[in-house]
Design a protein around this ligand. Structure first.
Ligand code: SAH
Ligand code: SF4
Ligand code: F3S
Length: 440
């Protein structure tokens, strides 16, 4: 019998991208092969995100599209994994009658068992246990296959911070660090397959190792990864401003492979809103951390996340966010309109902001940051940078694309340059969200 085909559609953050890689490996070990067109698949899996209303809605519209495929091919299995699966559980089976299975964020190990059952007999399955501080990757035998010279590596699961707007602690469970030995072995295996850059993932990497006796802290983990041969660049995401340690600040500029970029979500520039968000820092503390980062590592690129229209956010609160953007001069910003998430404290807060006002604030915020990003990108013109070549550029042709250590995308003519090469380029021109360069 020929092998079966699977198609995975991934929504949400890098953790989901990582998990989809692990799922693909589990399926490949079961004689399934990946396909790029869902119409040819025997199994379609949606790996979902529920962090905001918009990504969650996308899941339902995607499911709607797959319904017709299922009508044409009754043997087709459709499953939902990830954070919406965790959030909705059995309810998702009730809501989507043609759905075959629901798989929670810590249940990847159950995939073989569920497929064994559903391939043989008609029926439906739901596995969404989330208890305890269990590392969900421990029971999975294989390392993720690299898709190029860069790879994500999970260092921890879950989050204990309970920011009042955030669903992550409810859908990813309590914080649990992976054993550092597992992380290093995974990175060694990736390196042997040609990976040059790893991005370490965790909702708050600063608490890596907390509550795990005998394990290093995050800086210790970084130091041990520095020594793995073949790994030229290390990145991580995300670090929470409230516990950005002096040790981690000092690691920038000290560890030669740690790239000069940090994603440090500010969320709001108003102390009143930060407190209601339960973020655990004031804008003054945030500013002080930014200053220390820039003192330790002058070239560091700082990017952020902002939420506009949090319940009770006044025009004055919003002005303070704009002011923080002016003062800090972030390299890039990701910004979102606040949306209520099930089970969160903020969803019960009064003084919800109208969608129209949220949109107006978002537009103003993004216009301000666009100018700042442009000015910062402009400072790169004429300078040299080291690029890790990631593949052909979107424009196609002879163009290649890669990133600087500070995480700027650079496109350059480089027909003969191999993917995975570290090259030096001179930046010629700054565009809206990328740079153009030429090989030196
Ligand atoms: N762990 C990261 C954030 C993960 S969620 C941290 O601690 O910052 C990614 C981003 O989504 C958040 O930084 C926040 O800006 C946004 N976000 C989360 N919940 C949201 C909500 N309910 N409404 C709008 N944006 C939200
Ligand atoms: Fe969500 Fe806050 Fe945890 Fe980030 S730190 S995942 S925003 S609860
Ligand atoms: Fe979304 Fe889950 Fe990541 S809610 S942001 S996919 S942890």
């Amino acid at each position: 019998m020929g092998s079966k085909k699977f198609f995975i559609l991934t929504f949400g953050c890098q953790m989901n991208v990582y998990d989809s890689g692990r799922i693909a490996q589990i399926l490949t070990a079961r004689n399934y092969q990946p396909v790029h067109d869902p119409a040819g698949a025997d199994l379609i899996l949606l790996n979902t995100c529920s962090v905001r209303e918009k990504p969650e809605k996308k899941v339902y519209s995607a499911l709607g599209r797959f319904r017709t495929l299922k009508r044409k091919k009754p043997g087709l299995l459709i499953g939902v994994a990830g954070c919406v699966a965790q959030q909705e559980g059995e309810g998702l089976l009730a809501r989507v009658p043609y759905l075959d299975f629901v798989l929670g964020t810590k249940e990847l190990k159950k995939i073989p068992e569920i497929l064994d059952r559903l391939e043989r007999t008609a029926g439906r399955a739901c596995a969404v246990a989330l208890d305890g501080r269990i590392d969900p990757y421990r029971e999975l035998p294989l390392f993720p296959a690299p898709g190029g010279p860069t790879a994500f590596v999970s260092t921890m699961q879950g989050c204990d911070n309970f920011c009042s707007f955030c669903v992550v602690p409810f859908v990813r469970g309590r914080e649990v660090s992976r054993p550092s030995q597992d992380i290093r072995e995974e990175i060694k295996a990736l390196s042997e397959k040609g990976v040059k850059e790893v991005t370490l993932l965790g909702q708050n990497v600063n608490s890596y190792g907390r509550g795990t006796p005998g394990e290093p802290d995050f800086v210790g983990l970084l130091e041990s990864i520095e020594k793995i041969p073949g790994i030229e660049r290390i990145r991580f995401t995300t670090s929470h401003p409230k516990d950005l340690s002096a040790g981690l600040i000092g690691a920038f500029g000290r560890l030669s492979r740690l790239c000069e970029h940090i994603h440090l979500p500010l969320q709001s520039g108003s102390n009143h809103i930060l407190e209601r968000m339960n973020r655990g820092y004031t804008k003054e503390e945030y500013l002080e951390r930014v200053q220390r980062l820039r003192a330790a590592c002058p070239g560091i690129s700082i990017t952020t996340d902002i939420i506009v229209g949090f319940p009770g956010e006044t025009e004055e609160d919003f002005r303070q966010t704009l002011e923080m953007l002016e003062r800090i001069q972030f390299e890039e910003m990701f910004s979102f309109r606040y949306s209520d998430r099930p089970g969160t404290r903020a969803s019960t807060f009064p003084a919800k902001i109208q969608e129209g006002s949220k949109q107006k604030r978002l537009t103003e915020l993004q216009a301000l940051q666009r100018g700042i990003t442009q000015r910062r990108y402009k400072t790169w013109e004429g300078r040299e940078a080291e690029i890790l070549v990631e593949g052909p550029s979107k424009a196609g042709g002879e163009e290649k694309t890669g990133r600087t250590r500070a995480n700027h995308i650079v496109n350059f003519p480089g027909a003969s340059i191999a993917v995975g090469a570290l090259v030096r380029v001179r930046i010629q021109k700054a565009l809206a969200h990328s740079l153009r360069g030429e090989l030196i």
